[in-house]
Design a protein. Structure first.
Length: 276
DNA sequence: CTGAGATCCTGGGGGC
DNA sequence: TGCCCCCAGGATCTCA
């Protein structure tokens, strides 16, 4: 069984860095939208018209969103959800990438396709004065995500720690893979009520979240099957996964078989032997 | 606050 | 080999 990679913070970071190299400075000539629900424009505007003529000043990331900073001061926020892809096509590609729903044609003849088999992803154009800030969670690799801040975030929260880690209004960018991996690294049972976790264990988890995300970014994210990023490169973190998708395999720390349970309606991989 | 369940989608895995 | 069924999964919404 294979598990489709879903872009989380490290994957989105990798994609954004690739796009920054590939499309920053380009000017959008025309925009084609073939699936209306994917492309969201500010109130009273038409997506294609609003975007045409814009120049891409830079590309970054906020949580799991790819953020295109436009020269006018507007932003284009893209969420890839499950199967969304941002594919750069060099000059000469007449056919859009398969499952393309939105295509930005640049004035130099190259283009950017937003493709998405399952149609869950969205491209949202934000007005210059829109205070949009993703879902508001703290960036786990920022200076603001201190150990002390994380420790107190868990106070009084009865929700399972795994569910807490996936809450984008608390911490931005952590998804199923890295929640599982960080909990394994910290030796914490995913179903543990957040407020019952000891201070030392909270500190371990804080470090584990950052460590796992940083290591994955270094490896250019987690790839499964033939996935490649905007530069045509595969990620490598799938080779470092300790528990995610490894049902039945021996835990590299204690040897007990990895199990899969469901927590908060999400598949959760962990080790009964060393996650308490 | 918290959780359960439904919804949106489709490819592909599993069962027969 | 072929076909049908059903599930995964992030975010969001309703309901309890």
């Amino acid at each position: 069984m294979s598990y489709t990679e879903v872009p989380e913070l490290p994957e989105v970071e990798t994609i954004a860095r690739g796009l920054a190299n590939a499309v920053a400075g380009k000017t959008i000539g025309s925009v084609t939208v073939t699936m209306r629900k994917i492309a969201v424009a500010p109130e009273g505007e038409v997506f294609e018209q609003a975007l045409a003529g814009e120049t891409i000043a830079g590309v970054g990331r906020r949580g799991k969103y790819v953020l295109f900073q436009l020269a006018s001061g507007r932003r284009l926020a893209v969420h890839l959800r499950m199967t969304g892809r941002l594919i750069v096509q060099p000059v000469g590609y007449s056919e859009p990438y398969p499952y393309t729903h939105v295509r930005l044609a640049f004035s130099d003849g190259s283009s950017l396709c937003f493709a998405d088999v399952r149609q869950f992803g969205r491209m949202r154009l934000l007005a210059a004065d829109d205070p949009w800030d993703a879902d508001g969670g703290v960036e786990p690799l920022s200076e603001g995500f201190t150990s002390e801040a994380f420790l107190s975030m868990l106070d009084g929260r009865r929700t399972p720690i795994k569910t807490f880690l996936l809450d984008q209004t608390r911490i931005a960018g952590v998804g199923n893979i890295y929640a599982c991996e960080a909990l394994w690294e910290a030796g914490i049972r995913p179903s543990r009520p957040s407020h019952k976790i000891s201070r030392p264990a909270r500190r371990r988890l804080h470090g584990a979240i950052r460590n796992v995300l940083n290591r994955s970014i270094e490896a250019r994210g987690t790839s499964v099957d033939d996935y490649v990023d905007a530069e045509g490169l595969k990620g490598g973190f799938q080779n470092q996964l300790a528990v995610y998708g490894r049902l039945g395999e021996p835990c590299s720390r204690c040897g007990k078989p990895i199990v899969r349970t469901v927590i908060g309606q999400r598949g959760t991989w962990w080790c009964r032997g060393c996650q308490k």
